[in-house]
Design a protein around this ligand. Structure first.
Ligand SMILES: [Zn+2]
Length: 287
């Protein structure tokens, strides 16, 4: 913000003293039955895996009821995740609403929600080996839904140079390969991501988005339960562990692995599969 702020009104202190209210209290949120997921995940067997090379991305598909893990292998590495309804790319992960419903960073028990007019959980986070991290003394946490994704347009704007292996481009190439089209024909489907394993926050003085070295180590994983049939894409960010730089070939980068699991379906017998929102969509016009 500008340092030349207008003169404060006489009741400025009183206005600032208004009590914060949680916009979406946890008590109003439908909660997933984690005991059912815990029982299911103990029966699951791996049926597929995809290795995402550094500074690149790969697409993957799974059915509702399956689980997938994003696994750190070889070295600390941040991943940028996109999710779509496998049958309708217009339903995709809604980072902003997920942030509003849960928090700036997500973990086990939280859900990744889809865009309007669907607004339903696409996945529930069923396990997170970095759940111990919590909030550090800088106010940072893991797995953020506040960043967008590194991209060549912002890079050109800020540095004047072109770089082709930002997460936006990686995800565009992966989706294009999956759909057998050119990247420029699908990049409008790429959306704000879940920053997997990324350690971020806002500075306390200027409230600027910051990143610091990810605490992820090989063997760590975050695991998701698919609530609908999914098409996913994961980029191994050119920022590596995002300790210093991104959008270049400077940082040390490592692959990530996506593992897909099938549980014993009888353990999910009581699970309620989410339907698209039942809002009538008249938006105030006559019925
Ligand atoms: Zn990136």
């Amino acid at each position: 913000m500008s340092s030349e702020n207008p003169t404060a009104p006489a009741d400025a202190a009183l206005r600032r003293a208004a009590k914060p209210t949680i916009v979406y209290p946890a008590s109003t949120m439908p909660r997933p039955d984690m005991a059912v997921l815990e029982a299911a995940r103990h029966t699951m067997v791996k049926i597929h895996e995809v290795v995402v090379p550094p500074r690149n991305a790969r697409a993957f598909r799974l059915s509702r009821g399956q689980f997938f893990r994003i696994v750190s292998i070889e070295g600390p590495q941040v991943g940028d995740l996109n999710l779509w309804n496998a049958d309708d790319l217009s339903e995709r992960f809604f980072s902003g609403k997920t942030r509003a419903l849960h928090a700036t960073h997500v973990g086990a028990g939280d859900r990744l929600w889809s865009t309007m007019p669907y607004v339903r959980p696409m996945v529930t986070i069923s396990h997170d080996t970095l759940g111990w991290y919590g909030w550090d003394s800088d106010g940072a946490g893991i797995h953020d839904v506040i960043g967008t994704r590194c991209d060549p347009y912002t890079n050109l704007l800020l540095s004047g140079t072109g770089y082709d292996f930002c997460c936006h481009s990686n995800l565009s190439r992966a989706l294009a390969a999956e759909l057998k089209v050119e990247p420029c024909g699908v990049e409008h489907h790429i959306h704000d991501v879940l920053n997997v394993f990324m350690c971020t926050g806002f500075t306390k003085d200027t409230h600027q988005y910051f990143m610091k070295a990810s605490p992820v180590r090989p063997g760590d994983f975050i695991e998701f339960f698919a609530e609908i049939d999914l098409l996913g894409a994961l980029s191994a960010c050119p920022g590596g562990d995002c300790s210093a730089t991104h959008s270049s070939d400077v940082a040390a980068c490592y692959p990530l692995k996506v593992e897909i699991f099938e549980p014993d379906r009888t353990t999910l017998g009581t699970w309620t599969w989410p339907s698209p929102s039942e809002y009538h969509r008249r938006h105030g016009t006559p019925a």
